[in-house]
Design a protein around this ligand. Structure first.
Ligand SMILES: [Ca+2]
Length: 580
C-alpha cells in the first residue's frame, strides 16, 4: 500500500511538472561525503537487517546505563493493524530510564518507553514523538502524521520508540512542579532515550541504525524542532507537524482567546463563569467561514472550498466589513454583534499585553471553524492550556490547589503580570519554561544542514492552537538565515483548511515519511507531496469534508511559499493544480 501511494505521488509530481518547482539539490550520488560549493552532503541509503536470534533471547543481551527493561516479548503478525492491514511480527521491549524520587513532591518519576523492533528491519530508527502533555507511552507503531494514515513506520520496517517523556499520565499536569520532570518533558527525555534506543537496535540487529528519523505533531512537532536544534547529530530526517515550538506562548494565546470569548458569552457555566462556547456559536462560526470562503476561495483559481493562497486571503477578507453586523444586537447566526467582531478579531489578531506588545502570534482567517477549531478555542483553552501554564510554563508554578480552578485561572490570567513568568527562573527551577520548551536557537540549524540531514514541517492553516502564521514566520527567518533560501534542507507545507494535526475541511491524509527518506537517502527533493481528502468513502472518514466535494479529491502539498493554483481540468485531481 505504501509503495502504491509512493508511485501515485511520484506520478502526480511528474504529471504536474513539480520537479521543476523547488530547489536544486537533486544530485543523486551515493556517497555520504559528497560535497561541493553549492551542494550539501548526501547521506548514504540504509540497508536492511534481520532480528538476530529470537525476541526472548534478546532479553538476556539488553543492558544500558540507568535503564530497566521490564518486558521483552514477541508480538505476532496481525496483533496490531494500520488502516485495516496487519502489522508484521515484531519484538516489543518496554522499560524505563532514570527512575528517581522527586525531592519536590516525593513522587517516583522515570522516563518510560517502549520499542517495537520488526523481525524484517529496513535499517532505520524512528523516534515517535507524542503530543499533548506527554505522560503516556503510546503504542510504538510509528505514527507518520496526517489524518487517517494509510501506513505507519513500524509496518514500513522501522525500529520504533515511543515514550512518556519523563512522567506518567497520573502525574499530569502536576509533574510541572518537579524541576527535572519539566526538563525531561522539554528536551532531556529525547536526549536520554536516543542513545539507549540506538544501543538496543545494535544489540538486536548486529548494527546500529544506518539512518534515523524523528516525527511528531503538536507537542510532538515541538519535540521534532527541538531535536533539530539539540540532537542534530542523531537524526537524519525530521518531520515536524503543526509544531507547538513556542508552546508557553501558545498557551497564553489560548487563554487570551478564552478571555475574549468570555466577553461576549451569553450564558454561564455551573461554576458561575462565562460559557465561552456561547461567545461564538457553531452557526456563527459556519457563517463566518462562509464569508471567508466568499472572499478567498477563488483566489487560487478554483472555488473548491479550499483557500490555498492563505496570504492573499488575509489581505482580502475583513471581519468588520465582510460579516453582517447584527441589527439591534439580535444574534440569530446570520451576523455578529459589534462586540463579537471586536472579540473574535482579537482572537485572530492574537494575544497581547496592555501595552499592545504581541505575546504569541496572530492566526490566519481560514475556512476550518468547525468542531476541531472549537475544541481548542472553546474547551482546551480553559482546561488543558491553563493546566500546562499553571504548573509547567510559569515560574514559580501555581500550587496544586489551582487544579480545581483552571477555568478561573485561565480567565483571570494577566497578560501583563503573569505572561512574563514563562521567562522566569527561581528556586529549584533553574531553567525557564521558554528555555526548556523551545529550540535554543531556532534559526541556527547549520549543524543539521551541513551534515546532510533534512527537515520537513507541515502546518494546517486552520490550526486554532498553534498558529501557522507563527511557523511561517519562523520559516521566513530560517530562510533569511540561510541566504534567503532554506529549501535545500528545510521545507514547509501549509495545509489549507486543516485543523490541529488533522481534520477540518481539508486534504489531511498524506505521507511525508516516504518522500523524506527519498530526500535524505537518494537526494530527491520533495517538490510535490500528494494529499487526499478523507471523504465518506474513506476507511477513516473526516466528518469535516463537505459532501459536495464528492469522492477521491487529491491536492499537491506545495513547499512554502508556493501555492497550489488551479490550471483547469478535474477540480478533484491534484494534477489540475500547479505549485507556483
Ligand atoms: Ca480555492
Amino acid at each position: 500500500m505504501n509503495m502504491k501511494r509512493t508511485s501515485i505521488a511520484l506520478a502526480a509530481a511528474a504529471a504536474l511538472g513539480l520537479a521543476a518547482c523547488g530547489g536544486n539539490d537533486t544530485d543523486s550520488g551515493n556517497s555520504s561525503v559528497h560535497s561541493s560549493a553549492n551542494a550539501l552532503p548526501h547521506l548514504s541509503a540504509a540497508t536492511p537487517g534481520t532480528l538476530t536470534g529470537n525476541c526472548a533471547a534478546l532479553a538476556a543481551k539488553l543492558t544500558f546505563a540507568n535503564t530497566v527493561f521490564t518486558t521483552v516479548t514477541d508480538v505476532a503478525a496481525g496483533t496490531l493493524k494500520v488502516a485495516d492491514k496487519p502489522v508484521a511480527e515484531h519484538c516489543l521491549i518496554q522499560g524505563n530510564m532514570n527512575q528517581r524520587v522527586s525531592s519536590v513532591d516525593g513522587k517516583t518519576y522515570a522516563i518510560g518507553f517502549e520499542m517495537r523492533l520488526p523481525l524484517a528491519w529496513n535499517g532505520r530508527f524512528f523516534y515517535q514523538a507524542n503530543g499533548g502533555l506527554d505522560g503516556n507511552v503510546l503504542t510504538a507503531t510509528g505514527e507518520i502524521g496526517g489524518g487517517g494514515p494509510t501506513n505507519d513506520a513500524l509496518n514500513m520496517g522501522f525500529a520504533v520508540i515511543s515514550s512518556d517523556a519523563g512522567h506518567s499520565a497520573s502525574q499530569n499536569p502536576l509533574f510541572g512542579l518537579d524541576p527535572q520532570a519539566r526538563i525531561d518533558y522539554g528536551y532531556h527525555a529525547v536526549a536520554t532515550l536516543t542513545p539507549m534506543a540506538k544501543q538496543v537496535i545494535k544489540l538486536a540487529y548486529g548494527k546500529a541504525p544506518d539512518r534515523s528519523y524523528f516525527d511528531g505533531c503538536s507537542n510532538g512537532g515541538r519535540h521534532a524542532l527541538v531535536a533539530a536544534a539539540r540532537s542534530s547529530a542523531e537524526y537524519d530526517g525530521i518531520i515536524a507537524g503543526d509544531p507547538g515550538f513556542h508552546l508557553p506562548k501558545a498557551a497564553i494565546g489560548e487563554m487570551w482567546s478564552a478571555q475574549q470569548l468570555a466577553k461576549v458569552a451569553t450564558a454561564t457555566t455551573a461554576n458561575g463563569l462565562p460559557d465561552i462556547t456561547t461567545g461564538f456559536t457553531a452557526a456563527e462560526r459556519q457563517m463566518v467561514a462562509s464569508k471567508i470562503l466568499a472572499k478567498c476561495d477563488a483566489l487560487d483559481g478554483a472555488s473548491d472550498g479550499l483557500i490555498q493562497d492563505i496570504k492573499a486571503c488575509q489581505a482580502n477578507f475583513s471581519l468588520a466589513n465582510d460579516v453582517p453586523t447584527c441589527a439591534n444586537n439580535a444574534r440569530d447566526g446570520s451576523c455578529l454583534t459589534s462586540a463579537q467582531k471586536d472579540a473574535i478579531g482579537n482572537v485572530f489578531s492574537g494575544a497581547r499585553n496592555s501595552a499592545g506588545t504581541a505575546l504569541y502570534s496572530s492566526f490566519p482567517y481560514d475556512a476550518g471553524l468547525g468542531p476541531g477549531w472549537s475544541a481548542w478555542k472553546q474547551a482546551n483553552s480553559i482546561t488543558l492550556d491553563p493546566a500546562a501554564a499553571a504548573f509547567t510554563f510559569t515560574t514559580p508554578p501555581q500550587s496544586a490547589a489551582v487544579l480545581s480552578q483552571l477555568s478561573a485561572y485561565a480567565l483571570n490570567f494577566s497578560m501583563d503580570t503573569d505572561a512574563p513568568k514563562i521567562f522566569a527562573t527561581g528556586g529549584a527551577y533553574s531553567e525557564s519554561a521558554w528555555s526548556f520548551m523551545t529550540p535554543p536557537d531556532e534559526t541556527s540549524l547549520g549543524a543539521l544542514k551541513q551534515r546532510g540531514a533534512k527537515l520537513m514541517v507541515y502546518h494546517g492553516t486552520s490550526d486554532p492552537v498553534f498558529s501557522s502564521n507563527d511557523t511561517t514566520d519562523w520559516y521566513q527567518r530560517l530562510s533569511a538565515a540561510n541566504g534567503g533560501d532554506a529549501s535545500n534542507f528545510a521545507r514547509l507545507y501549509t495545509i489549507a483548511g486543516m485543523n490541529h494535526c488533522s481534520g477540518g475541511p481539508s486534504t489531511d491524509q498524506f505521507d511525508l515519511l516516504t518522500p523524506m527518506i527519498a530526500w535524505v537517502e537518494q537526494g530527491k527533493a520533495p517538490d510535490g507531496v500528494l494529499a487526499s481528502a478523507r471523504d465518506a468513502s474513506s476507511v477513516t472518514p473526516n466528518a469535516d469534508v463537505p459532501a459536495g466535494w464528492g469522492t477521491g479529491r487529491t491536492r499537491p502539498l506545495c513547499a512554502y511559499p508556493k501555492v497550489a493554483r488551479y490550471q483547469g481540468g478535474d477540480v478533484n485531481a491534484a494534477s489540475s493544480f500547479m505549485c507556483s
